[in-house]
Write a protein that binds this ligand. Structure first.
Ligand SMILES: Cc1cc2nc3c(=O)[nH]c(=O)nc-3n(C[C@H](O)[C@H](O)[C@H](O)COP(=O)(O)OP(=O)(O)OC[C@H]3O[C@@H](n4cnc5c(N)ncnc54)[C@H](O)[C@@H]3O)c2cc1C
Ligand code: FES
Length: 257
C-alpha cells in the first residue's frame, strides 16, 4: 500500500444538511494513485488519532479529492468547522477500493453516511448503474441528484416513509433483482444492512463487494485496532485489517457476527 501525507487546501465547502458536509481539497500527490472506495485518514486539530473518511470523488487531471462526512463526535465536529482556504492534512490513498468494470450491470446499495463512496464508484457505470439509497428520513437524503446526473437509475427508501419507498433499502434490492439480473453488487452502510445485502447476493449467486467500517487507529495496518473476522477459501477463519486488507471485501469472505 503506497500512501502519502499531503497538506491539501480546502477549495470548496458545502453544507449538505444540518450535520453533513462536503469538502473538495486540492491534491497533487495523493490523487495520482487514488481508486474509488479507498479512504484518507484526516488529521483533526487537537486530536492524536486521525479520522478515516472515504473518498467520495476525485479528478487526477484537475487535482482534487472530495470528502463527504457527517458529524458523529468531537473529531468530525472540529473538521466541520474548517473552511475554504484552511489546510487539511491527509494520509491517502489508504486501503483497497472497488474493482470497477463499467461494462457490467452493477447495483450499488448505500445506507446513510455509507452513500458518499458509492458516488465516485458508480460514476463510470452511467446507465449501467442502479443506485439504491436508504436514509432515516427525507431530511437525511444526500447526493441523490448527483447520482442521477451521472445517468444512474436511482431509487430511494426512507425508514419513516417521508420519501420514496417506506422501509429498508434491502427491500428495494430484492425488488430490483426480481426485475432484472445484474453482474455485481457494491454496498456500503451499516453492518446490519451489509449483512442482508450479502445474504441476498449469496442466495441469488451474484458477486458482492462490501465496504466495511471499523473503529480505526493508525489506518495503515500497524496497530491492529480494526481487525475483522474473515473466512479463507477452505472455510477456516482468520482476522484481517479493515484499513489494509479492506475496507472493501468480497462479501463471501466476511464472517457476519
Ligand atoms: C474506512 C472508513 C471510511 C469512512 N468513511 C466515512 C465517510 O465517508 N463519511 C463519514 O461521515 N464517516 C466515515 N467513516 C466514519 C468516521 O471515520 C467516523 O464517524 C469518525 O471517525 C468519528 O470520529 P469522531 O471524532 O467524530 O467521533 P468519536 O466517536 O468521538 O471518535 C473517537 C475515536 O473513534 C474513532 N471512530 C469513531 N467512530 C468510528 C467509525 N465509525 N469508524 C472508524 N473510526 C471511528 C475515531 O477515529 C476516534 O479515534 C468512515 C470510517 C471508516 C473506517
Ligand atoms: S487501524 Fe491500525 S491496523 Fe487498522
Amino acid at each position: 500500500m503506497k500512501y502519502t501525507q499531503e497538506l491539501c487546501p480546502i477549495i470548496q465547502k458545502d453544507t449538505l444538511n444540518r450535520t453533513t458536509f462536503s469538502f473538495v481539497v486540492k491534491s497533487e500527490k495523493a490523487v495520482q494513485t487514488m481508486q474509488p472506495g479507498q479512504f484518507a485518514n484526516l488529521r483533526v486539530a487537537g486530536k492524536t488519532l486521525r479520522r478515516p473518511i472515504s473518498v467520495c470523488g476525485f479528478n487526477r487531471e484537475e487535482g482534487w479529492i472530495r470528502f463527504v462526512f457527517e458529524i458523529r463526535g468531537e473529531g468530525t465536529a472540529i473538521l466541520a468547522r474548517m473552511n475554504e482556504g484552511d489546510t487539511l492534512d491527509i494520509l491517502a490513498p489508504l486501503g483497497n477500493g472497488f474493482a470497477i468494470d463499467p461494462t457490467e450491470k452493477a447495483v450499488f446499495v448505500g445506507g446513510g453516511i455509507g452513500v458518499p463512496p458509492l458516488l465516485g464508484a458508480s460514476a463510470p457505470y452511467g446507465e449501467n448503474a442502479t443506485v439504491l439509497l436508504g436514509f432515516r428520513n427525507m431530511r437525511a437524503i444526500i447526493l441523490s441528484d448527483e447520482f442521477e446526473a451521472n445517468g444512474a437509475d436511482v431509487r430511494i427508501a426512507t425508514d419513516d416513509g417521508s420519501y420514496g419507498h417506506h422501509g429498508f433499502v434491502t427491500q428495494l434490492l430484492a425488488q430490483r433483482l426480481d426485475e432484472a439480473p445484474c453482474d455485481v453488487i457494491y454496498a456500503c452502510g451499516p453492518t446490519p444492512m451489509l449483512k442482508l445485502v450479502a445474504a441476498e447476493a449469496e442466495q441469488r449467486g451474484i458477486r458482492c463487494m462490501v465496504s466495511l467500517e471499523e473503529r480505526m487507529g493508525c489506518g495503515v495496518g500497524a496497530c491492529l485496532v480494526c481487525a475483522c473476522k474473515t473466512k479463507r477459501e477452505d472455510g477456516s477463519e482468520t482476522y484481517r485489517h479493515v484499513c489494509k486488507n479492506g475496507p472493501v471485501f468480497d462479501s463471501r469472505e466476511v464472517v457476519w457476527e
